[in-house]
Design a protein around this ligand. Structure first.
Ligand code: ADP
Ligand code: MG
Length: 427
């Protein structure tokens, strides 16, 4: 059967059995046809005009296969699409489906949140794809302000890349602060129970699985397990061993801060970090338009909130309910911070080391951006090295921003949401 005919019959089958219209755009149609022919993405990009390889392989194809999986309930991917669709077309017996799904990789996304919409972030998705799939990074950390979109980004990425792995396991650290329960659950995801009790041999057992299989572990909200308890020591050991030892897997984790243990990992080539900032204007605009906000004022609103998606979502609710949808009504007043966001920011700020907290509190009261030399003056008891390390960290997690340059010296400011938080709390 020709590939075009397979697609036609598959479309008919979806209509007949699932009452679903397979509406593919022309690029998706081409990707599906070439995938049925077994072409690689780079061969596809040679044949398809106007679209580059990374757009096809990182964005469009994963979306297409996700759609097919949703429609059929089967784990269709680029590698198995021909076989799977042919099986669908030749047999409608339920056992066939069980058999197809039975051969699947072990994907455990029970703890992964479900987001409805996701916009943009193509540069970030591209970069993460490059690090994890092409460069086989072992440890990838994503850091940034609370609500900036770390979890949403990882959720989208995982959907796009999960077919490349034998195991995908998502852990939300908010529910995993007990080490014993956490490691036991991970072991059970791999289908074994360790007879070891002490942490180190158990970590080594786990790494054997990471060696023998290609696994993607996702630990979301890592900040929850940072600290100086015995549990956090074990979590740190796990992180450093995954970074230091040889294996073929990847641990992708998100956090409000970078764990200091990361700096002690020797092979820097295998570790990557992404500092996530707000959505760019184009994507934030799509977000706001979906939330039914209209110009005038969208661009200014995005700029004032630095593209922070959660803050924008919350302020839109306020604009709609209190200001009848008129954005201009909030542009002249100070930033609107919903109580939910206040609590989240509080968590973020109070989880920072004390020098970093003192720097933000001091700078939040200043009207003008400051040079690092001015900041040194405020803290005579700390060394310049300590202060510049603290500022570097605050910058990486999005709390401080580079405002401008003054004779080649950077001027620092606090992120406006953090500034608003501090000013409101310390009033
Ligand atoms: N790229 C995006 N497109 C659409 N919504 C987004 C995007 N990024 C974040 N959001 C929304 O913003 C909110 C906060 O995102 P989340 O990923 O939970 O932040 P974080 O994990 O950094 O605290 C969520 O409601 C999420 O749906
Ligand atoms: Mg999150």
């Amino acid at each position: 059967m020709s590939d075009k005919k397979i697609i036609r019959q598959f479309r008919d089958w979806l209509k007949r059995e699932k009452r679903i219209d397979l509406n593919l755009d022309s690029l998706e149609e081409e990707i599906l046809e070439y995938s049925l022919q077994g072409l690689s993405y780079s061969m596809m990009s040679d044949r398809i005009m106007n679209y580059d390889l990374s757009y096809i392989s990182n964005i469009k194809a994963p979306k297409l296969f996700r759609k097919l999986r949703q429609f059929t309930g089967l784990d269709i991917n680029k590698k198995n699409c021909k076989l799977t669709i042919q099986k669908i077309l030749t047999s409608d017996q339920p056992q066939v489906f069980q058999k197809i799904t039975g051969n699947l990789s072990h994907i455990n996304l029970r703890e992964a949140p479900d987001f409805n919409d996701f916009y943009g972030r193509t540069i970030e998705l591209d970069k993460l794809h490059q690090w994890i799939i092409k460069q086989h990074s072992r440890l990838v950390g994503i850091f940034g302000l609370t609500g900036i979109g770390k979890t949403a980004l990882v959720r989208e990425l995982v959907e796009n890349i999960k077919d490349d792995f034998d195991y995908v396991i998502w852990k939300n650290m908010e529910f995993s602060s007990d080490w014993e329960q956490f490691i036991t659950h991970l072991e059970s995801c791999f289908g074994y129970h360790s007879s070891e009790i002490s942490p180190y041999p158990r970590i080594l057992n786990l790494i054997d699985y990471l060696k023998n299989h290609r696994c993607l572990l996702i630990f979301d909200q890592w900040e929850v397990v940072m600290g100086d308890t015995t549990s956090s020591e074990n979590y740190n050991k796990l992180l450093s061993q995954i970074g230091n030892l040889q294996h073929q897997s990847c641990l992708l984790f998100t956090g409000l801060q970078k764990p200091t243990i990361i700096d002690s990992i020797r092979n820097k080539n295998k570790i990557r970090q992404l500092s996530l900032s707000g959505l760019d204007n184009k994507d934030a605009r799509i977000l706001l338009e979906k939330l039914k906000l209209q110009d005038p004022g969208i661009d200014t609103l995005i700029r004032n909130y630095k593209g922070h998606p959660l803050a924008l979502i919350l302020v839109s609710e306020n604009i709609k309910s209190v200001h009848n949808g008129k954005i201009e009504k909030v542009l002249d007043s100070t930033l609107f911070l919903d109580d939910v966001l206040m609590d989240l920011l509080e968590n973020q700020i109070y989880s920072l080391p004390s020098l970093q907290q003192n720097i933000i509190k001091k700078l939040a009261t200043e009207k003008e951006p400051e040079t690092i030399f001015e900041i040194y003056q405020y803290f005579p008891d700390s060394s310049q090295a300590e202060i510049s390390a603290a500022i570097n960290n605050l910058w990486k997690v999005g709390v401080m921003e580079k405002d401008d340059m003054l004779e080649e010296i950077i001027l620092w400011v606090i992120n406006p949401l953090i500034q608003k938080y501090i000013r409101r709390r310390c009033r």
